[in-house]
Design a protein around this ligand. Sequence first.
Ligand code: SF4
Ligand code: SF4
Length: 302
Amino acid sequence: MLAIRFHGRGGQGAKTASRIVGTAAFLEGFAAQDSPIYGAERRGAPVAAFTRIARAPIRDRGIIVHPDVVIVADVSLISDPAARVLQGVDEKAVVFINSSLSPEELATQASLSGHVTSLDLTEAALQHVGKRGAISALLGAVAGRLVGLRHESIHHAIARELAELGLAPSVIEQNQTAARQCYETVPVVALEPITRRAAASETLRTPVYEPPTRGTAGITVGANSAIRSVGGWRTFRPVLRPDLCNGCWLCFANCPEGAITIKPDGRPAIYYPHCKGCLDCVEVCPTDALTVEREAAATSKT
Ligand code: SF4
Ligand code: SF4
């Protein structure tokens, strides 16, 4: 497996770049996984995104702690402690930096470990796209080149991902042209996949499951639904068939109204004055223990 970590500033396109590489890898028949991480951030704040590529199904989840390749969209991020650009980067990792400086200059200036390579993507974007900031296609192209993906796959992935963002075909074409230039000119560093040299020392951990009572919302404050009946909203109502219930509590955990409680015997009970009839509980029930009855028919029985 190859693990690529992207660092950028909000608006530069790190997230889209991770998607472009993931899509390109997928088009080449690899298993791929891409995901971003950012909070309630604003434009310009450090963001990161992650792409994993493998021949086999990818079971790792979450952030990439030991990257094979790090793609840095903005050189100023390296000295930003909040961005943690160099976290987990060792001497075998490849670090790409969007910069007009040479790899040697960057390695010296920033005391970087790993193999450093660079290219001025911002200049390429200005030449071909004429818009400052978003260099997602170029980041994706460089990352794809460094991990050995074909240009055709990158080309198609750019079209697909940028179209999803609503970009005009002419703008997508400009991005593809700039991306091709970057793909062909980025200095390539031989990649030594480090994946799982870290994994060898890591042990699998068994997750600890908490009962849903720990994490399920309950409305207890006055003037909320605790005192407001929503039972009159129903057109259909869920009805429990206790003989089919396996006590999994999925209905309890998914009810948005807190209308389901768990009885001492571990089985659910529906409190109809707080049940609005959304039938989410019916949807999630794995054993069909919750059936649906039309409200008029149900009330005539009760
Ligand atoms: S129908 Fe909706 S509101 Fe009623 S118990 Fe099921 S999930 Fe809760
Ligand atoms: S989801 Fe279905 S099986 Fe699970 S506790 Fe609720 S009624 Fe029972």
